[in-house]
Design a protein around this ligand. Sequence first.
Ligand code: ARG
Length: 468
Amino acid sequence: MSETSKGKSAIWGGRFAGGPSQLMQDINASISYDQKLYRQDIAGSKAHATMLADTGIISQDDKDAIHRGLDQIEGEIAAGEFAFSEVLEDIHMNIETRLAELVGDAARRLHTARSRNDQVATDIRLWMRAQIDEIDAALAHLQTALLAQADTHAATLMPGFTHLQVAQPVTFGFHLMAYVEMLGRDRGRFADCRKRVNESPLGAAALAGTSFPIDRHQTASLLGFDRPMENAMDAVSSRDAAVEFMAAAAMCATHLSRLAEEIVIWSTDRFAFITLSDAFTTGSSIMPQKRNPDAAELVRAKPGRIMGDLITLLTVLKGLPLAYGKDMQEDKEPVFDAEANLMLAITAMTGMIDDMKANPEAMRRALTAGHPAATDLADFMVRECGLPFRDAHHASGAIVALADEKGCGLEEVPFAEMQAIEPRLTEKVMAVLSVEGAAQARMSFGGTAPDEVRRQIATARSRYGLTT
Ligand code: ARG
């Protein structure tokens, strides 16, 4: 059925004397992966058939038969009962061939005023649109998990780091809210990409439009697209929406990898800032004591392949002449891979954050080293003693050196010894040397003071539509 007696394609074999070689089939077939697009392909065909009937290009009876057949095929594929064939190359020809078995001649009219070129471009856009909506929901869940932990720990002190050296006291909630903001921008990038994804290539036909009186506005609106793409050649040749989708995925995966790396660091014995749950750690086959943060490590690694996916498609497109070339069949695997791995990373991260237990004592202990209040000491000299900031920085540095010499924290250096270094210092300074005071004092907009962190949490809740 699918092949003529000489192995020729029943779909395009008319001008051929023989069939393709096995190798030709191997390099050409995309059915092993593009079967993922079956729902989109069927939705596109149903919209196309409706439009062909409404414009009088095919009969209503043919349209009804096509819809009936396509519904049955969708059921067969969903139930795993559909026999996909390599010989039929791709999802489009697999479905059309089965449709002909089911409804005969009506199926052979479906491809009027259409090409696989606009068909596949439509399918991938419909697919990306659905995935963007799922990614957005998953990112909102992750934001919610982070926000819940941030709420609990709005006032839990920990060291903030620069260069991974203790810098200034912050709160754990403050640190986590940084990621809520990054993920908010990631959602924004996907939402922005969705606008360009959501335009319909259907009816562009092979590259130049068609002489049939089709209605591209109707098919666009039946499929929920915002509009038909303006130029048929652009519609079949462009894959920048897919590039953008993977660029948004790469950025998001990169954000997740930074959080993953912090989780790895925080969960080491040296830091012990957090404990991961058994559900997101693994043991060692040789070292019985081990509790490894494998999920975090894998999330840390995911940008590698997602960036690779992005570069793969950019490289395929670079220098590719218009209009369609089979090169573009290579868009699908990277797009699928990027989506699947990003979703895994987001959901695994959400599980880790949900389950993670903070250890405020260890965070507080880490603040005893590294003099995190040194900036506050300098700020005090500016505010209360009238020193220029550079002079204050210098004096504070000298007091830090003294504390190191004595092997103690800044707050333990006797006031008289501080005053010997900077005579303008007043005794009130002792109050700002506590890490609690230092964190409380940073109430500038976006700062780490617990009340300001609570404001950030409230703003994020309403701005990102989060429900906890
Ligand atoms: N499987 C093809 C793809 O994914 C469908 C389009 C084929 N078009 C063509 N002119 N051979 O790109």
